[in-house]
Design a protein around this ligand. Structure first.
Ligand code: NDP
Length: 247
């Protein structure tokens, strides 16, 4: 129970990787704030985790791309729950397509959610994080931000940007002992990857030395490690959790 009395905010926690991260913190005694776009999504995710860990989770709906809405939400969370100790920026979307056919709105939606969303939340939660002890910011990037991918120029740029942002924030907040790291998942079984055609999945698996997609627990366990006292001397890093895909 290494996170008792800690308040953890996880964006994109309505399902998939974010929900698993929330569950993992709840299992370690944390008070978890689940944030997602729709109320029904984060609400049912919180309800599901609360069945096993009563009173651990509270849900708040917000579009992380909205600067003002995120500011308001951070204030509300501060008043209703308390000062956030760990911020996990996990909300992310894809709008795939070859560059020739990519619409401006596909570019904007992905950059606004995956990159500006993290800027918005870090800005909004910065004060409580700086005041607290052992505060952590953990950004969920992607191996696609490291190696690029045809058909994902918007997503690749957003995740590469998130990695640069991680390093800048790590440098800015190091003096306050706030660490900021990124995790770059490879291919993880969630709704996001369920959309891929079977032929594409098989081609991807062929490029993964460990021979399979990862699962949401592989990412949640890495997040918990980065949030733990054991990781106090790690900042500005990108940890690939990808079955060896990008080594
Ligand atoms: P899912 O599509 O399963 O879930 C995404 C979550 O993000 C949902 O809860 C969704 O909210 C939320 N979200 C999306 N847009 C916004 C927004 N504008 N404001 C607030 N919340 C939002 O994704 P995964 O679990 O698969 O992925 C989670 C993260 O991990 C993403 O950043 C993704 O890029 C990254 N990643 C995933 C990989 C994979 O293989 N799955 C690989 C590498 C990285 P709602 O439920 O309300 O729609």
């Amino acid at each position: 129970m290494q996170f008792i009395d800690k308040i953890i905010a996880v964006t994109g926690a309505g399902r998939g990787i974010g929900q698993e991260i929330a569950r993992a913190f709840a299992a370690e005694g944390a008070r978890v704030v689940l944030i997602s776009r729709s109320e029904s999504s984060c609400g049912s995710a919180a309800e599901e985790i609360n069945k096993t860990f009563p009173g651990s989770c509270t849900a708040y709906a917000v579009d992380v791309a909205s600067h003002d809405a995120v500011q308001e939400l951070a204030k509300k969370i501060g008043d209703e729950i308390g000062a956030v100790n760990v911020l996990v920026n996990n909300a992310g979307v894809t709008r795939d397509g070859l560059l020739m056919r990519m619409k401006e709105e596909d570019w904007d939606t992905v950059l606004d959610t995956n990159l500006k969303g993290a800027f918005n939340t870090v800005k909004a939660f910065m004060r409580p994080l700086m005041k607290g002890e052992n505060s952590r910011i953990i950004n969920i990037a992607s191996v696609i931000g490291l190696i690029g991918n045809a058909g994902q120029a918007n997503y690749s740029a957003s995740k590469a940007g998130l990695i640069g942002f991680t390093k800048a924030v790590a440098r800015e907040l190091a003096g306050r002992a706030v660490t900021c790291n990124a995790i770059a998942p490879g291919f993880i079984t969630t709704d996001m990857t369920d959309e891929l055609p079977e032929t594409v999945k098989q081609a991807v698996i062929g490029k993964i030395p460990l021979g399979s997609f990862g699962n949401t627990e592989d990412i949640a366990k890495t997040v918990l490690f980065l949030a733990s006292p054991a990781a106090r001397y790690i900042t500005g890093q990108v940890i690939a959790v990808d079955g060896g895909m990008t080594m």
